[in-house]
Design a binder for this molecule. Sequence first.
Ligand code: NAG
Ligand code: NAG
Ligand code: NAG
Ligand code: NAG
Ligand code: NAG
Ligand code: NAG
Ligand code: NAG
Ligand code: NAG
Length: 339
Amino acid sequence: MSMMMTQLHLLVLLLFVAAAAKDDDGQRQLQCHSDDEAALLAVDAALGSPYHFASWTPDTSCCDWYDVDCDADSGRVVSLTIFQDANLTGAIPDAIANLTHLRSLLLRHLPSLSGEIPSSLAALTSLTQLTISWTAVSGPIPDFIAELTALESLDLSFNSLTGAIPPSLAGLVNLSGINLSRNRLAGAIPSALFSNLDQQQADVYLWLSHNNLTGAIPPEFAAVSFAHVDVSRNQLTGDASPLFRRGRYVDVSRNGFVFNMSGVVFDEEVTYVDVSHNAIRGGVPAQVANLTSLQMFNVSYNKMCGQIPAGENMARFDAYCYQHNKCLCGAPLANACRH
Ligand SMILES: *[C@@H]1O[C@H](CO)[C@@H](O)[C@H](O)[C@H]1NC(C)=O
Ligand SMILES: *[C@@H]1O[C@H](CO)[C@@H](O)[C@H](O)[C@H]1NC(C)=O
Ligand SMILES: *[C@@H]1O[C@H](CO)[C@@H](O)[C@H](O)[C@H]1NC(C)=O
Ligand SMILES: *[C@@H]1O[C@H](CO)[C@@H](O)[C@H](O)[C@H]1NC(C)=O
Ligand SMILES: *[C@@H]1O[C@H](CO)[C@@H](O)[C@H](O)[C@H]1NC(C)=O
Ligand SMILES: *[C@@H]1O[C@H](CO)[C@@H](O)[C@H](O)[C@H]1NC(C)=O
Ligand SMILES: *[C@@H]1O[C@H](CO)[C@@H](O)[C@H](O)[C@H]1NC(C)=O
Ligand SMILES: *[C@@H]1O[C@H](CO)[C@@H](O)[C@H](O)[C@H]1NC(C)=O
């Protein structure tokens, strides 16, 4: 017994020593690859060596520099996150493209960052996440983004981008999150977007609000599993119902949609529906009273008619959710239906 205890103690001690050694190893400073260091120093120089990069000095490993992350195995720079600095002025440096192992590039809340998205970024084919958001970057969404084949998330929201959404984005088989809100984009929503996804059942996130998009919702979107879709405040027209088929959070408010709501079928798990400020006809589908997950249902400022269905869930929605329609009637509205 005491022998066993001793052995156990020894084992615990050995494990402890092994763990300590590994810990030490894990904390060892990652060596910076000289190509990555050169690229980062070129980024710093291109932006005028701002205070933001004060820690970027060659006497330390670039893996320890502010905003920089290296892969623990390869030691290569895989992530660059430049966040929140109004002093950082200039265009997106081409030198970023020399960080050839980059998987995540995030430039956010940099209101003095301007110019177009440089074509040099096409070289960053390992990127899974590209965020350029809350900047003064302008010009088009470049077609070359379709060459970033590993891309999973693209956030270009809150910029001054113009032109159309490139249909070539539909070729990106892992791109399931797109945020292009708050730009000045025009033209139609590409119909093939999300239709080539590697995992057809993947949850899709799409933000396009506050742009100048026109045209219809692609009928193909009825097959897309939207966890969140927001196309509010554009100039979209026609039928929005493809978004409801498999959409769980759907905001189509403040557009020019014209369709008959009576025939719409919602996803059973839908939680949020805002269709306010359009020109939607027909009535509230009876199915709505059965949607137990539904927390928000706003059909105000449309041209709808008929009796609002009754049911337990319907108590969640007050008269403001139905106001300013043509002839909706019944509770919670004050006007009773005439039979
Ligand atoms: C921006 O510049 C101002 C004035 O030079 C300075 O006081 C401030 O600390 C700078 N901010 C950052 C984040 O570098
Ligand atoms: C990128 O790296 C190449 C080769 O090291 C170099 O010639 C080029 O000037 C670099 N580009 C930028 C924009 O720094
Ligand atoms: C898409 O993602 C899957 C799963 O992560 C991965 O195996 C595949 O290589 C990716 N495709 C591309 C083109 O990067
Ligand atoms: C996309 O932009 C919207 C604002 O329009 C914001 O609420 C949302 O969090 C953004 N999504 C992502 C994934 O960044
Ligand atoms: C949309 O277009 C109209 C007219 O072309 C323009 O006045 C408006 O500023 C644009 N809005 C946005 C958000 O770009
Ligand atoms: C909407 O469709 C229903 C049948 O689903 C029909 O009874 C109704 O007249 C239509 N309403 C309008 C305004 O077209
Ligand atoms: C609502 O649910 C009830 C009970 O499960 C069912 O009988 C009815 O057919 C449903 N109505 C609609 C419109 O889905
Ligand atoms: C529904 O939308 C209208 C119009 O935008 C708004 O006034 C109202 O407050 C909304 N209702 C709720 C419950 O958010």
